[in-house]
Design a protein around this ligand. Structure first.
Ligand code: NAD
Length: 459
């Protein structure tokens, strides 16, 4: 057992009663301090993200730091009302009592996070945990060590370990932490590790939020604006080199539009990510996180080609720089690994359909995805697709943007996740909703107390 993890956990358990009683103003002060520390370390955060993932400062600002500043501001603005006990309706049998939901901090919470947006995916749940009045241990990903390190520095500069602590380490550290009886575990990562986390949590009956992955489809119907679809899918697929949990994983397009869409997709790839003849523009396109994932993606593409797929764009793999040029695959076999596993890289399989129901069937044969994207100008088709499928979130005629609105819950469903994050939904994940009834002086409860003889007529 990692004695440091054990010690910090015990210290946090002891310290939590004091944190539990903090007011909205005290928690807001902590959030402001966190924002200020992020501001002070901003340059170091960008350097770390460039080192870990080759992200440009602009992309890192837009997809990590600005999102987090927005999340902090939103919590600061709304925390008082989130914490306020919520009035609930009365019952006929108890008409004078007050009924309330109190948002009680869960206690000592664990946040385990992945490497792909390594700053944002630690900070967003941490903001919710602080807002909800918890003590928190964070374990960032070992695959983005520079960012994990700067997160540790930010946290260490403003919090005592009894309240918020960052423990760096790999899956062994995570396993040791998961053995502890946390009050809540917030995990962001793969579906397979999500199952391990839930199994470990079950031993202590810790509640869990699981933010997982999956294959998020983009359906483009025959009425869609193909230019817009191509531009948005190229950006959504290739930002962070496809290493985005809600990136469009594959495209389902009406067969009559496939050629035109692919032509437009290539044009937008050229415009946004290349400097000229398939030469990557390093200011807009990063790298694959490590050799393991680079080789995994190369194998996925090679296997798909062996199984009959045609490569329509890309095929350039620079092993030394860990850069894979955007790939488009056509005629992919449905059982090919590229269609059964989450791709998590810049590889886009394009499948065609004749009838919209075929596309819906393909989606429904797979586990429920984290996101679903619909490109259509037909209200009927949009309604039909939304009604016949399920996914964590969805966008119509756009991609990814649902993650950026803290007023919406962000999360998956079944294999793509359990529970949600962001704004009030994140606050709620880190809170216990405690039902409290405050009885009135005028109280008829005793009418149903024994002895029961002669009481039948009150029913
Ligand atoms: P991962 O599941 O391999 O790792 C996530 C965290 O779990 C890391 O901190 C890691 O150290 C730890 N871990 C790894 N193996 C473990 C084990 N056997 N036991 C205990 N802990 C273990 O995920 P990843 O590769 O870092 O991230 C990519 C995955 O995360 C993708 O599937 C992606 O879709 C998903 N993801 C989901 C969201 C979301 O919000 N839903 C966001 C980003 C990434």
């Amino acid at each position: 057992m990692n004695s440091r993890a054990n010690l910090i956990f015990e210290q946090q358990k002891k310290h939590h009663p004091a944190v539990k009683k903090t007011t909205a103003l005290q928690r807001i002060h902590k959030l402001k301090t966190l924002k200020e520390s992020i501001r002070k370390h901003e340059r170091q955060i960008y350097d770390a993200l460039r080192k870990d993932l080759g992200k440009s400062s602009f992309e890192a600002a837009v997809t990590e730091v600005i999102l987090i500043n927005g999340e902090i501001d939103f919590a600061i603005k709304n925390l008082k009302s989130w914490m306020h006990p919520k009035r609930m309706g009365k019952t006929l049998s108890n008409p004078f009592a007050k009924n309330r939901i109190y948002y009680e901090p869960k206690g000592v919470c664990l946040i385990l996070s992945p490497w792909n947006y390594p700053f944002q995916l630690v900070m967003a749940p941490l903001i919710s945990s602080i807002a909800a009045g918890n003590c928190t241990i964070i374990k960032p990903s070992e695959l983005s060590p520079a960012t994990s390190h700067i997160i540790g520095k930010i946290i260490g500069s403003i919090f005592c370990e009894e309240e918020v602590s960052c423990i760096e380490g790999d899956k062994d550290t995570a396993t040791q932490l998961l053995a502890l009886p946390f009050d809540h575990i917030f995990f962001t990562g793969s579906t397979s590790v999500g199952k391990i986390v839930m199994e470990a949590a079950a031993k202590n009956l810790s509640s869990v939020t699981l933010e997982l992955g999956g294959k998020s489809p983009a359906i483009i119907d025959s009425t869609a604006d193909l230019r817009k679809a191509a531009q948005k899918i190229a950006w959504g697929k290739l930002v962070n080199c496809g290493q985005t949990c809600i990136a469009p994983d594959y495209v389902l397009i009406h067969e009559q539009n496939a050629d035109e869409f692919i032509g437009l997709y290539k044009d937008f790839v050229q415009e946004m990510f290349f400097m000229g003849d398939e030469k990557i523009n390093p200011s807009s396109y990063g790298k694959i996180v490590n050799k393991f994932h680079f080789n995994r993606l190369k194998t996925l593409v090679d296997q798909a080609i062996t199984e009959g797929a045609r490569i329509d764009l890309g095929g350039k793999f620079d092993e030394k720089a860990q850069v894979i040029n955007p790939v488009v695959l056509r005629q992919v076999a449905p059982k090919s690994a590229v269609m059964t596993e989450e791709i998590f890289g810049p590889v886009l399989p394009i499948l065609t359909y004749k009838d919209l129901n075929e596309a819906i069937d393909i989606i429904n044969q797979k586990p429920k995805p984290l996101a679903l994207y619909i490109f259509s100008q037909s209200k009927k088709n949009i309604k039909d697709i939304l009604r016949s499928t399920s996914s964590g979130g969805a966008c119509v005629n756009d991609v990814l943007i649902h993650i950026a609105n803290p007023k919406l819950p962000f999360g998956g469903v079944n294999h793509s996740g359990l529970g949600s994050s962001h704004g009030f939904f994140g606050f709620k994940s880190f809170s216990h909703e405690r039902a409290v009834v405050i009885q009135s002086k005028i109280d008829f409860s005793s009418l149903v107390y024994p002895p029961y003889e002669g009481k039948g007529r009150i029913l």
